[in-house]
Design a protein around this ligand. Structure first.
Ligand code: ADP
Ligand code: MG
Length: 240
């Protein structure tokens, strides 16, 4: 579903991604972990072209990611992204937040978009919040609304960049539960996370990044029980 081939990216003289090769199969859940500044967010941002890459190739469902224009907009519509901060439209109701994308980008009729939005809000457990403004929701509810909004576009892949890092601790679980449900439903997911318990239990594969490189990749049980790279061991010693 997603393939990166020798993707490199620098900001000025800072090399943030160094020839990253990565494949995510359809239905696979890949957790990306690593220290702050290792390039995890930049990796996500390159995949939906919020950043341009300097070299290398990104292929989504067999199609190279277009550089610009309508083709890029179409490709982006297939990539759901959920950030650390909730990024909902503050002056729109939850229902509007979830229906705007399908209506504007996919041309879904209003009634159909609303019917599907209600089903998604039910799925993430906030069906009773449809008519509220985001500010009336807790952080965990806002993040679940953001997930519903991304799902409304029927993406081929979902990217999550530390979706629980900005949440109060008591709200982390409810968002991880939504991610778990999504993972078990067969969604293809790339999840940057500091939640090692989640990575271990929900991911099919863990990727450890440091210094703009993928230093280690493996099955979660194997990786957490027996990390091969010293830097991975150091990182786990600090976070576990
Ligand atoms: P992570 O998400 O793993 O913490 P990032 O991808 O956010 O890492 O950042 C990797 C490195 O790139 C950091 O040193 C960061 O300061 C730098 N960086 C990220 N975005 C920019 C930018 N737009 N301009 C300059 N430097 C950036
Ligand atoms: Mg980051």
């Amino acid at each position: 579903m997603l393939r990166l081939e020798k993707v490199s990216k620098s900001f000025g003289s800072l090399r943030v991604l160094r020839e990253i090769d990565l494949t995510v199969a359809r239905g696979e859940v890949v957790a990306v972990i690593g220290p702050s500044g290792s390039g995890k967010s930049t990796l996500c941002r390159c995949v939906n072209r919020l950043e341009t890459v300097d070299s290398g190739r990104i292929v989504i469902d067999g199609q190279p990611l277009p550089a610009e224009g309508r083709a890029l907009a179409r490709a982006r519509a297939d990539i759901g992204m959920v950030f650390q901060a909730f990024n909902l439209f503050g002056h729109r109701t939850v229902l509007d937040n979830v229906t705007l994308g399908p209506r504007k980008v996919r041309g879904t009729p209003k009634a159909e978009a609303e019917r599907r939005a209600r089903a998604l809000l039910e799925r993430v457990g906030i069906a009773d919040k449809v008519d509220q403004l985001p500010a009336a929701l807790s952080g965990g509810q806002q993040q679940r609304a953001a997930i519903a909004r991304a799902l409304a576009m029927e993406p081929k892949i979902m990217l999550f960049d530390e979706p629980t890092s900005a949440l109060d601790p008591e709200m982390v679980g409810e968002v991880l539960d939504v991610l778990r449900e999504l993972a078990s439903s067969g969604m293809t997911m790339l999840v940057v996370t500091h939640e090692m318990g989640f990575a271990r239990s929900a991911a099919d594969r863990v990727i450890f990044m440091d210094g703009g490189q993928i230093l280690e990749t493996g099955a979660p049980d194997e990786f957490f029980a027996n990390p091969r790279q010293e830097r991975a061991r150091d990182f786990l010693a600090k976070v576990l």
